[in-house]
Design a protein around this ligand. Structure first.
Ligand code: SF4
Ligand code: SF4
Length: 166
């Protein structure tokens, strides 16, 4: 598997181009719920990340940012040796769904070399993104389709899934 970095603009174009085929795949997967889907996706996930380094990308940290739970905020404040209230005032806002998110993009903790300044204490959502190693992948097919516009690995996983005979 050979993955090259792509900008979000390029990923959006490629996702749009592949949309009819991807929609047909998702329809089939939702209907059949193939038992081997998780195994296939997880194999593609590990193969992809063996061949691609997030430090060459950081699209997710640049453009989308995580939804934060209370524990994330407490852990990050502690990491930065700040009071939770001060951390919230400096870095957090509430989005249109009422969720806590970072108040700016790119993420305030993304360093110029694409390293994460708070890596050991990063939010749960950052640890889990792009979710291609999670169980019951059929539950996040639409979300993952959307993630093709941000993450070159997810786009590649979908391209490979299209070759499978489900
Ligand atoms: S998870 Fe995806 S979007 Fe984020 S840095 Fe890694 S390859 Fe890029
Ligand atoms: S906390 Fe770290 S991993 Fe999460 S979006 Fe910010 S820079 Fe990226």
């Amino acid at each position: 598997m050979n993955i090259n970095y792509k900008t979000p603009e390029e990923l959006k174009q490629l996702t749009d181009k592949g949309r009819p085929e991807t929609n047909a795949l998702l329809k089939k997967l939702k209907k059949k719920k193939p038992k081997r889907l998780d195994d296939v996706v997880h194999t593609l996930h590990y193969e992809a990340f063996d061949n691609f380094d997030c430090l060459d990308c950081a699209n997710c940290c640049q453009t989308i940012g995580p939804r934060l739970i209370d524990k994330d905020i407490e852990r990050l404040a502690k990491h930065l040796k700040m009071k939770v209230a001060d951390f919230m005032a400096q870095y957090i806002k509430t989005d249109e769904d009422g969720d806590f998110v970072f108040n700016e993009h790119p993420c305030p903790f993304l360093l110029p070399d694409n390293y994460c300044m708070v890596y050991e204490s990063r939010p749960k959502a950052c640890r889990e993104y792009p979710h291609t190693d999670r169980k019951r992948f059929y539950q996040i097919l639409e979300l993952s389709h959307k993630n093709c516009e941000t993450c070159p690995v997810v786009l590649e996983v979908f391209d490979e899934l299209k070759k499978e005979n489900f």
